[in-house]
Design a protein around this ligand. Sequence first.
Ligand SMILES: Nc1ncnc2c1ncn2[C@@H]1O[C@H](COP(=O)(O)OP(=O)(O)OP(=O)(O)O)[C@@H](O)[C@H]1O
Length: 282
Amino acid sequence: MTMASPRVAGIPSAGTATPALAVRGLRKSFSGRTVLDGLDLSLAPGEFLALLGANGSGKSTALRCVVGLESPDAGEILVHGRPADTAPLRRRMAMIFQQIHLVHRRTALDNVCAGALGRLPLRRSLAPVLFPRELREEAMVCLDRVGMADRAAEPAGRLSGGQRQRVAIARALCQRAEIILADEPVSALDPAAAEQVVALLAGLAHDQGLAVAAVLHQPDLARRHADRVTGLLHGRATLDTPAATLTAADLATLYAPDRDAHAPATLYAPDRDHDHADQEPR
Ligand SMILES: Nc1ncnc2c1ncn2[C@@H]1O[C@H](COP(=O)(O)OP(=O)(O)OP(=O)(O)O)[C@@H](O)[C@H]1O
């Protein structure tokens, strides 16, 4: 029996091409408590990465650091190989949240147009009601890509949670983001809507070449739709594996009761030649 060697988190899985997003040695503490402990991540164009990990393992903090909503204490964040410390590079990333931030009284179309505010001339961004025709056309294309063109004129507040999340994704597309980071995008959705939204994110990666990473609390969705899974434990990436080979043992390790939260996390090296799929999490 040969031992399959696990790939080390942080090393791009596809050849040596520059990843769309690379995170190296990211550290963040709050009030002296370490939340990110040297996190490494990579995301290739056209890849859909699922981020898994127990509550408090640092997933949201990681994404918030990547898009500039938190300042990391140390580490590198590279977008297409360049430090993501300028507004134009940050605009190449869009974040989608569990709590969907849409203006409920504005139409779906207006909300999508708002994704372009960062690249509009100032006078346009101060008067969003005057979105130019070309932008409205582009926003319609984005709504069409998420299957919501027929609801363009509907106030966002009248849409279901799943529909609102699809509008939020269309807004990210209208931003012309190449990297989409989604923090628990389906946690508030029913199973059918969750499946649709995750399939949509996967499609943006696979059909349109975007780099997409999503924090998921549903390993089965990750298995079905993601290309790769990175697992966080105590602020480090301790698992990096093709989603299709994610095992029950992998999940047991990631979600094990926190016997010693201060123990250093080590790279988890599952023996891929064993079939752990029938084992229950510990
Ligand atoms: N602004 C903050 N101030 C203080 N502590 C924070 C802050 N943001 C996050 N934390 C703490 O950092 C830890 C990691 O939080 P984070 O939200 O990143 O975890 P998570 O893996 O996304 O968890 P969950 O799955 O529950 O969303 C938690 O203990 C949280 O309380």
